[in-house]
Write a protein that binds this ligand. Structure first.
Ligand SMILES: [Zn+2]
Ligand SMILES: [Zn+2]
Length: 288
């Protein structure tokens, strides 16, 4: 019985087990012996099924949206305090202990387990907005979870005003933070080139106007400390080659965006003034 359940993403309806030949007495015995967990009336799981999948089944459906993407290793902006559960367009929500779930009702019939990447991304776009979607989309693409057909499917599932996000997405962003930085600057009318090789420095996240290097540091505090010397070497080499580097971490980009933007704009204004002086009077350069 447990074997049958584990083939069904860890969760199965009691009536499917009964239809497959188990008796009610078998089921009761299996639950008593701990071979099978009772999730709620008529729904069972095998021990070892991931807790979020069991909670989603208790709530009435499949792990979806941000939660399904996280479960697949995709970078998702924001906290994970809430479980996102898809119960289908006509599904029913069940009360369960500690429920703080966000319920998704989009079209279709849900089962148990985990929704697919395409549906989860479309759900995320509606649930968490452009930036969260864009970063997760680029992350899923980089992880090899989205082939061309899947990307087109996601695009078709979005509302018209969000489809351009798929069109500007790339598969080479190192972190979700990098995706968000790029999206915000594009929206600000700043043209930047991603993943540029600089002689003596290596690959940098972004280059603007051929002089300003931007690095989005998605590492946590510990990893960053260990790499600090390497960063300083890179910055010194970049400076020697005539570049300037600005580095931003998660806290700055997510919680103090105005500081980031002002730093970038000020540097670009300086650069354009310098070019203007070199080129002589009458050269008008504009940073939007
Ligand atoms: Zn719930
Ligand atoms: Zn959601």
């Amino acid at each position: 019985m447990a074997d049958r359940i584990s083939h069904a993403d860890g969760i199965v309806r009691g009536r499917a087990l009964l239809a497959a030949g188990a008796s009610r007495a078998d089921l009761r015995r299996a639950v008593r012996a701990g071979a099978v967990l009772r999730v709620r009336d008529g729904v069972y799981a095998v021990p070892g099924t991931p807790a979020p999948i069991i909670a989603a089944a208790a709530h009435g459906g499949e792990l979806g949206c941000a939660s399904a993407l996280r479960a697949r290793g995709v970078w998702v902006l924001g906290d994970d305090r809430h479980l996102h559960v898809w119960i289908g367009s006509r599904g029913r929500r069940f009360p369960h202990a500690g429920c703080r779930c966000v319920t998704h009702h989009d079209d279709g019939r849900s089962a148990f387990g985990l929704v697919g990447v395409v549906r989860a991304l479309v759900q995320l776009a509606g649930c968490r907005g452009d930036e969260a979607f864009f970063a997760a989309f680029e992350s899923a693409w980089r992880l090899g979870l989205l082939d061309r057909a899947a990307r087109a499917e996601v695009r078709a599932g979005l509302r018209a005003g969000q489809r351009w996000l798929v069109d500007i997405a790339r598969p080479d962003a190192d972190s979700g933070l990098e995706s968000i930085l790029r999206l915000r600057l594009i929206r600000h009318g700043i043209r930047l080139v991603s993943q540029v090789r600089v002689d003596g420095v290596g690959r940098v996240d972004f280059m603007i106007d051929g002089v300003l290097i931007l690095e989005a540091d998605g590492r946590d505090g510990h990893a960053r400390e260990a790499e600090r010397h390497k960063d300083l070497v890179r910055d010194a080499r970049a400076a020697a080659a005539g570049y300037e580097t600005l580095r931003f971490d998660y806290a700055l980009i997510i919680h103090d965006w105005p500081t980031v933007l002002q730093a970038i704009l000020a540097r670009l204004r300086d650069h354009h003034r310098t070019i203007g002086r070199r080129a002589g009077a009458g050269v008008a350069l504009h940073v939007s």
